[in-house]
Design a protein around this ligand. Structure first.
Ligand code: PEP
Ligand code: MG
Length: 350
């Protein structure tokens, strides 16, 4: 509104004041845990790309880093980052977190992200092509260098590692073999590292979600990447604006897959995180909580409002919401229902 009249000005000044109050209220929540009214606590972690993101994550009240996207160390340069450079970056993040967990995801390029130091083939379907763990397994020395750096940094903080774009258990076993080789080398060199480094598998390819029971014994935890899981399950390119209305993370197919992964992880005594955008979407919070999700990892800016929602509800209510959501037939019904519940709880304004 370029030349607001008196009433418009009054209206927007009021909105501005309300927004500032809301932000302040949310900021105060940073120090509180994400615990339901009946005492069920979940972890709220932050997604980061570079060391500089850690400050914002901690200020927002994050319980750790649920996704450290390491590709930024590799992008925009002609050479590969060596072990020392990576070690310094991972160590810096771990030290800043001061004992809180940091989940480092191994290199996840391909698809729409290329790096100059690798010759990427011309691919008709890059998102179905050479990307994520597939690249790492085809370049074992590059992968081992990254794993060595992560292992060495694990001596300085609470580090976990996870593999992206896993489609079946064989890839996990191959990656774990390279991890064992990296450990053997470091041990022989007398370098300290956490021998119990926990290994997570990203569940973002539908085949991995469906075979989570087969993958579980090879992993310590699951982290669901709903951005890619949605793209592959619904056959909707996540960056194609023309079909963005079909990109529906609350689609019953996605919710069923998420439920399966969480249930399977719990049957195996393991935990599941979500680190895709859905974890920071208020319309999904109660459903994911009710399905038994153990950790939500999101952009730092979303943390206070998700905490507010979790702190306003009982686990029993969240379970009811999840059960009803799972019985719905369309994503629209599900999100309308979820928003109604938030309105009833009085947290719709956030
Ligand atoms: C995801 O796919 O949900 C995810 C977290 O990974 P990225 O967005 O980096 O592909
Ligand atoms: Mg992904």
């Amino acid at each position: 509104v370029t030349e607001p009249d008196k009433n418009q000005l009054k209206y927007y000044l009021l909105r501005q004041k309300q927004f500032a109050e809301q932000q302040n209220e949310l900021k105060e929540l940073a120090a509180f845990p994400a615990v339901t009214t009946d005492g069920h606590q979940v972890a709220i972690a932050a997604n980061i790309g570079v060391v500089e993101d850690v400050g914002g994550a901690l200020e927002s009240g994050s319980d750790g880093i649920g996704l450290y996207r390491t590709e930024f160390l590799y992008i925009g340069r002609e050479d590969l980052p060596d072990e020392r450079e990576q070690f310094e970056a991972y160590k810096a993040v771990a030290q800043k977190l001061n004992g809180k967990p940091v989940i480092i995801r191994t290199l996840d390029i391909g698809g729409d992200k290329e790096i100059e130091s690798f010759a990427h083939p011309e691919e008709a379907n890059p998102f179905l092509g050479w990307r994520g763990i597939r690249i790492s397994l085809s370049k074992p020395n590059v992968f081992k260098t990254q794993l060595r750096a992560i292992l060495r940094a694990s001596a300085f903080g609470n580090i976990l590692v996870m593999y992206p774009m896993i489609s079946g258990v064989e890839e996990v076993r191959q990656a774990n073999n390279i991890l064992v080789a990296a450990k053997t080398e470091l041990r022989a060199e007398g370098q300290p590292f956490d021998d119990n480094l926990k290994v997570g598998v990203m569940i973002e390819v539908p085949s991995a979600a469906v075979t989570a029971d087969i993958i579980a014994p090879a992993a310590d935890f699951f982290s669901i990447g709903t951005n890619d899981l949605c793209q592959y399950t619904l056959a909707v390119d996540r960056i194609n604006e023309k079909i963005s209305d079909l990109y529906q993370p609350l689609h019953p197919a996605i919710l069923r897959l998420i439920k399966n992964v969480i249930d399977v992880s719990h049957q195996h005594g393991k935990k599941t995180t979500i680190c895709g955008e859905l974890a920071g979407d208020p319309a999904a919070t109660l459903i994911l909580l009710g399905l038994g999700l153990d950790e939500f990892s999101m952009s730092s800016s979303s943390i206070p409002q998700i905490k507010k929602i979790i702190r306003s509800v009982s686990m029993q209510k969240a379970r009811e919401v999840a059960e009803r959501a799972l019985a719905m037939q369309t994503p629209r019904q599900t999100s309308e229902y979820a928003v109604d519940v938030l309105r009833d709880l009085g947290v719709i304004g956030v």
